[in-house]
Design a protein around this ligand. Structure first.
Ligand code: ADP
Length: 257
């Protein structure tokens, strides 16, 4: 229990010390609170697929006759839940590695254009299936020092989201801008958007604006946390602007290191 406030009066050094102590105890309390919430979220996230699998397995076991199409369908459901669990666990392990400073950057001078084109090539089939136009506007080739694999992962998460949260027939546009000391990659979609009240939390672990929709589309709620961690490892930042029903812009700002 960190709720041990010191009564502070006056302006001398002792009261300054008391104020510092109060600030520290508040911060410690917040960290502890976040840790508790995180543990309870992880448990919930892991339990949900387990519960579904248990129900499906029990139902299958209680069948008196082997009806192949039904068995196939149910086994397919179990398989999907196992994939989901694997995805969550992989993402959690990745985040833990970043937090423990175990993930080092493997920097190399890279044409950002090519990296973006590679990501577009990977996501194009999914976009085409939804009849979403996925394009990239860039006037000039820009080279910076970055960890190709990690930035590619970050872009895959963000562009993947843009396609996921944009209805059929929509538009996802990537652009690359060069400034004096940094570059900016904007991922713009004309999808469902994010309510203003949710914006401060979208980078939090397991945060989803619409839980049911995110689950249906295979979301883990960890994609943006990972993207943000990767960008921060590069001393960069991610910004989000959005309007419900109009779309979202995610900006990745990377310094020229
Ligand atoms: P998920 O795996 O659920 O997509 P993320 O961490 O990638 O998790 O994103 C967190 C939440 O932010 C999503 O569940 C979704 O509600 C919202 N979100 C992210 N990107 C977009 C976007 N381009 N348009 C609308 N909502 C988005």
């Amino acid at each position: 229990n960190y709720d041990t406030k010191v009564a502070v009066k006056g302006n001398d050094e002792i009261s300054a010390l008391g104020n510092a102590f109060n600030l520290m105890s508040t911060k410690l309390f917040q960290v502890d609170d976040r840790r508790k919430k995180f543990v309870s979220n992880v448990s919930h996230e892991l339990r949900t697929p387990m519960t579904s699998m248990k129900i499906v397995a029990d139902t299958l076991l209680s069948q008196e006759h082997w009806d192949e199409p039904i068995y196939r369908e149910f086994l397919g459901d179990i398989n999907m839940e196992v994939d989901r669990l694997n995805k969550i666990i992989d993402s959690l392990l990745y985040l833990a590695k970043i937090e423990k400073d175990e993930l080092e950057l493997d920097l190399s001078v890279t044409y950002v254009n090519y990296l973006i084109e590679k990501v577009i090539k990977t996501i194009k089939p999914i976009a085409t299936k939804k009849n979403i136009e996925l394009t990239f506007n860039s006037q000039s080739k820009i080279q910076i020092n970055l960890d190709q694999e990690k930035i590619q992962q970050c872009l895959l998460n963000i562009v993947g989201n843009a396609v996921k949260y944009t209805p059929e027939g929509g538009l996802v546009v990537l652009s690359l801008i060069e400034r004096k000391d940094e570059i900016v990659i904007n991922v713009t979609d004309n999808g469902i958007g994010i309510p203003e009240k949710d914006l401060p939390y979208v980078f939090d672990r397991f945060y989803r604006v619409d839980e049911a929709r995110a689950r249906k589309t295979g979301g883990t709620g960890l994609g943006l946390s990972i993207a943000q961690q990767i960008v921060q490892l590069h001393q960069g930042s991610i910004e989000v602007t959005s309007e419900v029903g109009r779309g979202t812009i995610i900006s990745i700002i990377l310094p020229k290191i």
